[in-house]
Write a protein that binds this ligand. Structure first.
Ligand SMILES: Cc1cc2nc3c(=O)[nH]c(=O)nc-3n(C[C@H](O)[C@H](O)[C@H](O)COP(=O)(O)O)c2cc1C
Length: 248
């Protein structure tokens, strides 16, 4: 039975967790990373299949991945600014700029969800003092994704695809478990779908079993006191989430 302390502690953790997009340089002790993984492994999953694996990068390996992924981001940014011939040349030369991720990370958002997405992005840029029309500053901020926002640790989450939506759902529950365990220990995290864009460098760095597909990353470290970490995009209220009963 949960006591009142558990109820309050969990509510506090759930409500106060925010995505951290600036970290202090302080290292995270290896035992702490292990302790978080050890908590999160208790996440529920379909038939207890636990259809996910994690690759952890710190130190030189993390720096190497940061270099390689940032290089790809820069190449992709240049390509976006270029015309159709540059894009064709990139395709023909198998440029590093082209996404080689296991999942598509660029999709059309449903019309109904677009306002939330836009509000979240604009709110973030406003917090950072970046004007809507300042494409260069926005690109620099986007690039921070591939620098893991300065985090000393980055986790890459892999999933088996055979269970379809359900294995991805399991991985999502695991991801939230990691984030809450980190939060409970004073650490900060940012889930990063952006890190699913290029799988090549991650596969080169780790012995990933081929059946496991790169779903996303998770930046992990000690939150800095940068203003970006105070950004709270809020949530729809319960009433908006609830589907009403049909009435005739
Ligand atoms: C699966 C997933 C992928 C995400 N990918 C990114 C990302 O690539 N870059 C980023 O800055 N934030 C990313 N986020 C963080 C969301 O933008 C954030 O959770 C959302 O805006 C709510 O804000 P909060 O986490 O601060 O409450 C991701 C979150 C999830 C759950």
């Amino acid at each position: 039975m949960a006591d009142n302390d558990d109820t309050e502690a969990l509510a506090r953790l759930l409500r106060s967790r925010r995505s951290i997009r600036d970290f202090s340089a302080a290292e995270v002790p290896a035992e702490l990373i292990t302790a978080i993984l050890d908590d999160a492994r208790w996440a529920p999953s379909w038939s207890n299949t636990q259809p996910y694996k994690v690759a952890v990068a710190t130190g030189n390996l993390k720096e190497q991945l940061k270099e390689q992924l940032s290089e790809r981001y820069d190449a992709a940014t240049k390509l976006q600014g270029g015309g159709v011939f540059r894009k064709l040349a990139a395709f023909l030369t198998r440029s590093k700029a082209l996404p080689d991720g296991d999942f598509n990370t660029r999709f059309e958002y449903p019309k109904e969800l677009t306002p939330r997405r836009r509000a979240t992005g604009f709110g973030l840029y406003a917090t950072l003092g970046i004007a809507r029309e300042d494409g260069a500053a926005r690109n620099r901020q986007m690039r921070r994704n591939f620098e893991f926002f300065g985090a000393p640790v980055v986790l890459f989450i892999f999933v088996r695809q055979e269970l379809g939506a359900y294995s991805v759902l399991d991985a999502g529950i695991f991801l939230q478990s990691l984030m809450l365990s980190a939060q409970a220990r004073g650490l900060g995290t940012c889930a990063e779908g952006a890190l699913g864009t290029w799988a090549g460098p991650v596969r080169e760095a780790f012995e990933v079993p081929p059946a496991y597909k790169l779903l996303c990353g998770l930046a992990l470290g000690w939150p800095s006191d940068h203003v970006v970490n105070a950004y709270n995009p809020g949530r729809a209220d319960v009433a908006e989430m609830l589907i009403p009963v049909k009435r005739d």
